[in-house]
Write a protein that binds this ligand. Sequence first.
Ligand code: GAP
Length: 487
Amino acid sequence: MANETNQLPAIISHCKEYGFIFPSSEIYDGLQAVYDYGQMGSDLKKNIKDHWWRSMTQLQDNIVGLDAAIFMHPTTWKASGHVDNFNDPMIDNKDSNKRYRVDHLIEAQVEKWNEEGKEKEAKQLLEQMDALLAKDDFDGLKLLIESNKISCSISGTCNWTDIRQFNLMFATEFGSTDGEDNRVYLRPETAQGIFVNFLNVQKTGRMKVPFGIAQIGKAFRNEIVARQFIFRMREFEQMEMQFFVRPGSQKEWYAFWKAERMKWHLALGIPAEKYRFHDHVKLAHYADAACDIEFAFPMGFKELEGIHSRTDFDLKQHQEFSMKKQQYFDNDLDPATGKPYGNYIPYVIETSIGLDRMFLVVISHAYEEQDLSTADKQDSRVVLKLPPVLAPIKMAVLPLNKKDGLPEIAESILAECRPHFRCFYEEKDSIGKRYRRMDALGTPFCVTVDYQTKEDNTVTIRHRDSMEQERIPIAELKSMVQRSLSI
Ligand code: GAP
């Protein structure tokens, strides 16, 4: 049985065994920190995307979508600051040659101390690290690592190099000739695609500030410490929304989106104690306020989503580098002057969540190993208690037998329900085995077609979490499953 320390390995092997996630190009021994989503995982991931997209666009009257290209003009990344500033302070262990991100190395020590009951020392170390990071004091950070005897997990030594900066963007060349002039980057965030399209969307969509642009897409970062399964990947997906507001109103909107995003998470039924806010001490170069929503992953509380008040930094930078005005004309009246607010560059509140991290949230919370043994029989099951709206398969239809017209009835149920939600048909193995397989895939409802069905058009519906069964008319099936899909 998985416990707190081996829950992540248990989830990783479950994901592989049931077609949720495979290591990328596994037949060639995989590629570090790159993963493929399988037949179940791709559906679960898509359902998370659809759920986010619906709540951030369809259910809002002032947020619209965008699907910008991954490649962008290279000047974008000069303007955004990524060419010069998208660096992480890194340190190498001279004995193992293993490279660490400084904050991750120190945070691992903090976690270790917390587990050993040295909470006071852990808290102090974290505070010292935050203070030194805020000042970019690399000598001080190295001293902190050495004086606390923080060692390399491979060599076990404290033989460290100086701390250096390392840029995380992947570069490649456009066209057939090499060279600086053709260098383009794989985008490290989707946000810049939104910023450079701000006026296109505002004008063609006749949007009025405050309004938002939402986008889901791939991002790429040459992460050094790429580990912990899909938590930190080199190719991942982000779900980002930039909300453009009147300068001076950003504090209010920042508070609004902080609350809104937490509401979104809690609506999925995951308990509030698994989430917490972490306010940033060291603000990124573009922010005047920022926090993370952290989640209690199997490896502890870690960042899931960032909410950033990005000021007018990005639009101003793009205005300067492109020499194209990025202003908005606001004809609402300013109560202070009685005149229109006029031209300004909007301020921006950003919500940015990693889709893969959200996948890990959903699957790690849903994963449960249950001992169902009784006095005379050993039994257990692994169940994924996924919210029905996110489950890859909503309903499995299982004829008791492969004959006597039962498969035909099952087929007619599938024909009725398939256009509305994803169904699955299975006639192999005993009913008990089929139930277990559906539990492991997170299917909330299993429908059994038996001989009574032929007589009275009723079926047995089995509920995944309670394992309770009830008999209902076939005519009620579709609406029953559909009701469970609304949040
Ligand atoms: N546009 C702002 C931005 O990109 P970020 O905090 O660097 O901010 C936002 O990233 C979110 O993207 C994170 O909270 C995390 O969920 C996800 N993310 C970032 N790097 C990731 C990685 N290497 N692998 C998986 N998800 C990642």
